[in-house]
Ligand binder design. Structure first.
Ligand code: GDD
Ligand code: MG
Length: 354
């Protein structure tokens, strides 16, 4: 059985700004490697080696890093949308690059532990037009809400409904019959969530749900990004691409004082230096950063080349590339610091609207 994989990576990653000003969301370092590497390594592990990226925003970053995919053991092609065509338009746009009758489509910012082979086999066995992978979450409002009947048939697709009728949501992984992809309109933006799925349901198509209890997370917000990266480092999220699992991941070339405390699944990037007494919990520190003695960093993302001066306190914050955080500064509650900003010693920031 041959299966192609399409990964949608054309979004702007707005919720992860300012980090996504320079790199698209799926290329941000997560547990030491660009996020997409985890997804591609999972595909390769499942024997799915024809991978097509649906790119738009900063398309060249993907091409430069992944090339033809051979370094990653897959045959990879990047298809570029000149103007973002939305999720459905992105799927339709890659159709000429597809070869197989069954096409797996992934949102490019999700980690999912589902058995991909069983997912595809179930899709084929039930002769579904589309099979949606579903998961349960506590609060469904930020996702596509997908009620199913007792036989697993999808009853409705309600994207970001403020009053969800079920806690069962779209996990951002679909199996499509190739012929269904060919029915998506060309040349204009299409949302698979708001147009294609509701349209298929209205026309009586065989749209099925496949509920998984495996690991699942969307990495699209700062909170999910730090939690998800920590899950990868600790081996809770399954990925063959994590360099080494444990309580922390120190990338080769980092230099960490033996008197620093790094835990909670934190990652310290290549050439990053961490001073004595620094305390780094559940955070992602990109490459080439300098973390001063006694600095405290919790649940935060520290961009490339950032300098955190001694004694700074950073909690639930996102620091853009190259910023400098003055000694004794306090950043909390979703503070975001723009790239290159120089925050004076002793500054205090509690909000996200810098
Ligand atoms: N090629 C292409 N073109 N890709 C796009 C475009 C586009 O115009 N717009 C978004 N994407 C990609 C994004 O890069 C991302 O990988 C994926 O499509 C989903 O977009 P998000 O912006 O992350 O959507 P979301 O998280 O709000 O909601 C989606 O994911 C949820 C699960 O995480 C929806 O599919 C929900 O229904 C779902 O529950
Ligand atoms: Mg998302």
């Amino acid at each position: 059985m041959s299966t192609d994989a399409v990964i949608l990576v054309g979004g702007f990653g707005t919720r992860l700004r300012p980090l996504t000003l320079s790199a698209p969301k799926p290329m941000l370092p997560t547990a030491g490697v660009p996020f997409l590497t985890h997804l591609i390594s999972r595909l390769r592990e499942a024997g799915i080696t024809h991978v097509v990226l649906g790119t738009s925003y900063r398309a060249e970053v993907f091409e430069d890093y992944f090339g033809d995919g051979s370094r990653f053991g897959v045959d990879l092609k990047c298809v570029v949308e000149q103007e973002a065509l939305g999720t459905g338009g992105g799927i339709r746009n890659v159709a000429p690059a597809l070869r197989a009758d069954t096409v797996l489509v992934f949102n490019g910012d999700n980690m999912i532990g589902v058995d991909l082979v069983d997912f595809v086999e179930t899709h084929v066995k039930t002769d579904a037009d589309v099979t949606l992978c579903l998961t349960k979450v506590e609060d469904a409002r930020a996702y596509g809400c997908v009620p199913t009947d007792v036989d697993g048939r999808v009853e409705a697709f309600l994207e970001k409904d403020p009053n969800p009728v079920t806690d069962q949501i779209n996990a951002g992984l679909y199996a499509f019959k190739r012929s269904v992809i060919d029915t998506i309109p060309t040349g204009r933006p299409v949302s698979v969530e708001k147009e294609t799925f509701p349209g298929l349901l209205a026309s009586g198509a065989n749209v099925r749900g496949y509920l998984t209890t495996s690991y699942w997370r969307d990495f699209g917000t700062p909170t999910d990004f730090v939690c998800g990266s920590a899950d990868l480092v600790r081996g809770i999220a399954p990925s063959p691409a994590v360099p080494q699992t444990g309580e922390r991941l120190l990338m080769p070339g980092s230099s960490v004082s033996p008197k620093a405390h790094i835990y909670g699944g934190s990652t310290i990037g290549t050439r990053t230096a961490v001073g004595a007494g620094a305390d780094i919990d559940s955070s992602v520190v990109f490459d080439d950063a300098r973390i001063g003695a006694g600095a405290v960093i919790r649940r935060s993302i520290i961009g490339k080349g950032v300098t955190v001066h001694p004694g700074a306190l950073i909690e639930d914050a996102v620091i853009g590339d190259g910023a400098s955080i003055g000694a004794g500064t306090e950043l909390r509650h979703g503070a975001r610091i723009w790239p290159g900003v120089d925050l004076a010693e002793g500054s205090i920031r509690f909000s996200s609207d810098l």
